[in-house]
Design a protein around this ligand. Structure first.
Ligand code: AMP
Ligand code: SF4
Length: 462
């Protein structure tokens, strides 16, 4: 998610920003641009590069823009669900980009429909716009705050009208969101790597429960919630964010290296080489090698031209994706005892395949080390791990997982070890995390007013 206010080339910059956030979603991309009189959208299914050519960008004229890359966890995959969503009414346009997942969207939607609302999408994010439009408040900011008080779960929102850009982060601060400046223009992005790409200066992270309003008059901030203890998603550090991003002033590569070091302390292995899976576990593998004294080697290489396997919508496609994506380096692993560090195991597809690849390439022993604790619980906050059934660690013991993936040994970092690794000196991330997929303790209420799959699963699991 990316937003910019007050720049001649707003859409072009949003395009660069979205490019550096491409890892956060590859199903669709969109930009809404604002010329002060009206909002204009261009969005489509596909990667940022496929969706935006130079001609399209040239037609998106205006001084502010918001953009989004889509990764489906709720709602369908169709064109209508690609964000930003744009709605027009007699009072003007309103567009919304959302990162996260609302846990009470179904109940609210049901309520709104019974009062006459007609939804254009199946995305949970549309609920916000209906709540704003139906609010008794005439002032947009008050209407937005009143809508925010009704929704629960994980959200980072960008809401743009012809006159302003409003930025809000949920009271638990589950998803990352940062504020920066590019010359006189304000920029907002899901990750700080977008600022580096466009040459913007990082100002600060948006606070949990904070509403920021940006307009030609400048920036105004206020808290819309009094409960605002941060529960930053632990998986952002482990897997989701880019290594060159910082969250809560902690660099992601450094965080992952610390996780690898801690893992080496907790689960040493007698081995000849340490290797990782490009790109997501390289940092952790380097940390493991550094701490253990076992040399780091490039045991696997990645075909850059295949998309991120996990984000493929079906299991068959995912398995095919892994095969096309990774190749073992025979010269490195043949006859060796290999420590294979991966960042996480969700369904087990990737690691099973990797162990097989390494065996086929002649590895003598394979010791799998995972820089996340076992994932045993679904995520309701916008990461695609929806049901307990699909999670291998929810249904198997560590020993069974070892057998299942064909490793000689397997170990996961402990939850305490993970927290220790993520502690930074001073301000850093000590302010709290969501670890619900590991611990089952969710930082927000999970509503059971919905017959939808994820709530039913949740009820089964508690
Ligand atoms: P799996 O193959 O289902 O076990 O998925 C684990 C692999 O996918 C790991 O190697 C991670 O790099 C990656 N991964 C882990 N969690 C996620 C997630 N929530 N979304 C996308 N990819 C993930
Ligand atoms: Fe992140 Fe896991 Fe919490 Fe979901 S449940 S927000 S993946 S830590």
């Amino acid at each position: 998610m990316f937003g910019i206010w007050g720049h001649e080339d707003a859409a072009q910059i949003a395009y660069y920003g979205l490019h550096s956030l491409q890892h956060r979603g590859q199903e669709g991309a969109g930009i809404v641009v604002n010329n002060g009189k009206e909002l204009k959208v261009h969005k489509d299914i596909g990667l940022v590069n496929d969706v935006f050519g130079q001609r399209v960008l040239e037609e998106l004229k205006g001084k502010s823009a918001i953009g989004h890359v889509r990764y489906t966890t709720a709602g369908g995959r169709g064109y209508e669900n690609i964000q930003p969503l744009l709605f027009r009414s007699m009072t003007g346009g309103i567009s919304v980009a959302h990162n996260g997942n609302l846990t009470n969207a179904y109940g609210l939607k049901h309520q709104l429909e019974s009062q006459g609302s007609i939804f254009q999408t199946t995305s949970d994010s549309e609920v916000l716009v209906h709540l704003i439009k139906r609010s008794a408040y005439v002032n947009l900011e008050d209407a937005f705050k009143s809508a925010l008080s009704m929704i629960k779960g994980a959200y980072a929102f960008l809401v743009m009208t012809e006159n302003k850009l409003m930025v809000a982060l949920d009271p638990s601060g589950i998803r990352p969101l940062s504020l920066g400046k590019l010359g006189e223009a304000y920029v907002v992005a899901s990750e700080t790597c977008a600022f580096d790409t466009i040459g913007a200066d990082y100002i600060r992270d948006v606070k949990p429960g904070e509403l920021i309003v940006i307009s030609d008059e400048g920036l105004h901030s206020e808290m819309f919630s009094t409960s605002n203890a941060r529960s930053m998603c632990g998986m952002e550090y482990i897997y989701f964010s880019r290594p060159d991003s910082d969250i809560n002033q902690m660099n992601i590569h450094t965080a992952r290296k610390n996780l690898g070091k801690q893992l080496a302390l907790e689960a040493p292995a007698d081995a000849d080489v340490v290797t990782g899976v490009p790109d997501s576990s390289i940092s952790a593998a380097i940390g493991y090698a550094e701490e253990s004294g076992i040399p780091y080697e490039l045991g696997l290489i990645k075909n850059r031209y295949v998309g991120r396997t996990f984000i493929q919508p079906s299991q068959t496609l995912r398995e095919q994706g892994v095969k096309m994506k990774l190749s073992p380096v025979r010269g490195v692993v043949e006859g060796k005892r290999v420590v294979m560090v991966d960042d996480s195991i969700v369904r087990g597809t990737t690691i099973r395949r990797i162990v097989k690849l390494l065996r086929e390439a002649g590895a003598k022993e394979i010791h799998v080390r995972i820089s996340a604790p076992p994932i045993k619980n679904p995520c309701y906050y916008g990461i695609d791990m929806k049901t307990k059934e699909e999670l291998i660690a929810a249904n198997h013991s560590i020993e069974e997982i070892k057998e299942e993936v064909g490793a000689d040994s397997i170990a996961f970092i402990s939850i305490d070890g993970m927290l220790k690794a993520l502690e930074s000196d001073g301000e850093g991330i000590g302010s709290g995390h969501c670890l619900a997929c590991f611990t089952g303790k969710y930082p927000t209420e999970i509503y059971n007013n919905s017959p939808s799959e994820h709530v039913r699963k949740y009820n089964e699991h508690v």
